[in-house]
Design a protein around this ligand. Structure first.
Ligand code: ZN
Ligand code: ZN
Length: 579
């Protein structure tokens, strides 16, 4: 067997392979191994690198096989059943981290209940035992669900007579089968009620439901994290639709009218039902060809109720979020430990005019990638701050909303965004102003580290809010939100709206003191903030844990350089770290 890339998780229990795990490799009806995982490789008996563990997302279009734990394969004999089981449990795309955590919790709670009925042990002990049996429990439970249904086919004119049946799989509801209503007769003449489009809601494990739209218009439903929508036009009444099954759930649809063949398996999906006829322009961000179809989340710009936006960077943009007054802040999921959250409050009357991207100089040099938003008030860089090397990277104009409401779609993975897409056509090449970004007044702290840079005027600041790291020890201060007397806001450093202290009033006569210290594994970072002349101030100054106190005076500009592990604050040539 040639060297293959294997996904990082077992095809049967869907838990990640750990170092030292013994793994069978399944390709079609062939099984080889076992191999032992060591780092990024699966070793054969002689210690050779037989296969490689793939990075997410996979770029190997033809060379991917499935790996399964030795222990899991033993639970699903005979081998014919193994292939069926793998088809049922295969992930069509990578689940979001919180979906994987939710699955683990669900399996654990179900196993605890099952143990309660069979093992007379205290609940704490059952819970602890359950922790070690999740893998086996998942394989055995799912194996018992396998059925042998066939793919289902019907003509488009039959859609109005179809009823959907559902099944539960690992606590989630999926479409299991479709049945034609009794008394159904084949309609030869297209009726006005005939479906013009099918909207398909699905996640990584299968189709959750179908919406048949007689008008072709997309259903008006809200976004559910981890649930994606595809659209299939069903223009001709005699066209044949096939609904493909995985042994328990429906997986994808195909359409054939003699001239056109469409499969939803490879179609792009969106985090809301997007109009079937709408065009889409894709702009690759990292120029890598991935195997998975596009999975595009929507970021809406220039809407009337937009209050600001948040961008997670690590250092390239990982995810974008548009804030509105009735915001749900549950999107602040830890993406990567090494990522940072940047908040850009919308200034009064501010609109995005242009969206630019910074490309890379070398293949897969993804740390160079960045975005820039040009508004009618300012230009903002989202990504690593310029260094002599990054200054050589090319910039490309992605879109020109020109202040109008528009959608930016992005395909997001834990390491970063891989592609952008737009409703609009490509911006015409023309005499555009070159991109100009604000220049730091202070020097880059370390051009070998991927620092982000922020800067704000501290004139006319009325109140400030402190943003703290979301951990049990909330002493680390990640950034500040400044509230100006005219109602505008600005941010220094990292700001997450779910980690802000209540704002407090500042006066020009009382300066802000930031206490910085360096600890093991971290560079200098801010751990105390107080206003001069207060009790808190005196206590802090007496404390010995601070390396340096930095005074922010309410005049001029403050610059805040930051990574996930350190920050450097500058004002008027002074800085917050010990040289
Ligand atoms: Zn397994
Ligand atoms: Zn791969």
């Amino acid at each position: 067997m040639a060297k293959r890339c294997l996904p990082c998780r077992c095809g049967l229990c869907l838990f990640d392979f750990l170092d030292g795990d013994h793994v069978f490799v399944i390709e079609g009806d062939k099984k080889s191994g076992p191999f032992q995982r060591r780092g990024r490789f699966f070793k054969d008996r002689d210690g050779g690198n037989a296969h490689v563990a793939c990075l997410v997302p996979c770029i190997h279009h033809a060379n991917q096989a499935v790996g399964c734990h030795l222990a899991c394969v033993k639970l699903v004999a005979p081998s014919a059943r193994l292939a069926e089981h793998l088809k049922m449990t295969a992930y069509s795309l990578d689940p979001l981290p919180y979906q994987e955590r939710g699955r683990r919790r669900w399996l654990h709670s179900r196993l605890e209940c099952a143990l309660e009925q069979s093992v007379p042990l205290p609940s704490e002990l059952r819970r602890e035992i359950g922790r070690y049996l999740l893998q086996e429990y998942a394989v055995m439970t799912n194996s018992s669900l396998l059925k042998h249904p066939q793919d289902f086919a019907c003509s488009v004119s039959d859609l109005a007579s179809l009823r959907q049946r559902y099944v539960l799989f690992e606590g989630e509801r999926y479409l299991s089968s479709l049945i034609l209503e009794e008394g159904h007769q084949q309609k030869q003449i297209p009726s006005p009620a005939m479906s013009r489009a099918i909207y398909i809601s699905e996640d990584h494990r299968g189709i959750k439901r179908l919406v048949f739209s007689n008008s072709g218009r997309a259903p008006n439903v809200g976004t559910v994290p981890g649930v994606w929508w595809k659209a299939l036009p069903t223009a001709k009444p005699n066209a044949i639709l096939t609904f493909h099954h995985d042994g328990l759930k429906m997986r994808h649809l195909s359409y054939s009218d003699g001239e056109t063949q469409i499969s939803t398996a490879t179609a792009p999906s969106f985090d809301y039902p997007r109009q079937v006829s709408a065009g889409l322009r894709v702009s690759p961000f990292d120029h890598v060809s991935y195997k998975s179809p596009y999975r595009l989340a929507r970021f809406q710009t220039n809407t009337p109720d937009l209050t600001g936006f948040s961008v997670c960077c690590g250092p390239l943009p990982i995810t974008l979020h548009a804030h509105t007054p009735k915001d749900d802040l549950s999107f602040y999921e830890p993406v990567l430990d090494s990522s940072v959250w940047i908040y850009l409050p919308r200034q009064q009357g501010e609109s995005i005019m242009e969206i630019w991207m910074r490309g890379h100089l070398h293949f897969r040099d993804s740390h160079s990638l960045a975005l820039a938003f040009v508004t009618n008030r300012r230009s903002v860089l989202l990504g690593a701050a310029p260094t002599p090397r990054l200054s050589q990277c090319p910039w490309y104009l992605l879109d020109t909303p020109n202040g109008n409401p528009s959608n930016v779609y992005f395909d997001s993975y834990p390491h970063g965004i891989t592609s952008f897409a737009f409703d609009s056509s490509k911006p015409p090449p023309g005499p555009l102003q070159p991109l100009t970004l604000p220049q730091p007044l202070s020097s880059h702290p370390d051009i070998h580290a991927n620092f982000h840079w922020s800067s704000a005027s501290v004139d006319h600041v009325a109140e400030i809010s402190i943003c703290r790291r979301p951990s049990r020890d909330t002493s680390e201060i990640l950034g500040l939100m400044l509230h100006y007397a005219d109602g505008n806001r600005a941010c220094l450093g990292q700001v997450r709206l779910d980690c802000l202290d209540p704002p407090f009033v500042v006066t020009p006569s009382q300066s802000l003191h930031l206490g910085s210290k360096t600890t093991a594994g971290k560079g200098p970072h801010i751990v105390r903030a107080c206003i001069s002349g207060t009790d808190e101030d005196r206590k802090s100054v007496e404390g010995s844990e601070i390396d340096i106190w930095f005074e922010v005076v309410w005049s001029g500009t403050v610059e805040w350089w930051f990574t996930d592990k350190q920050c450097h604050v500058w004002q008027d040539g002074r800085h917050s770290f010990v040289l």
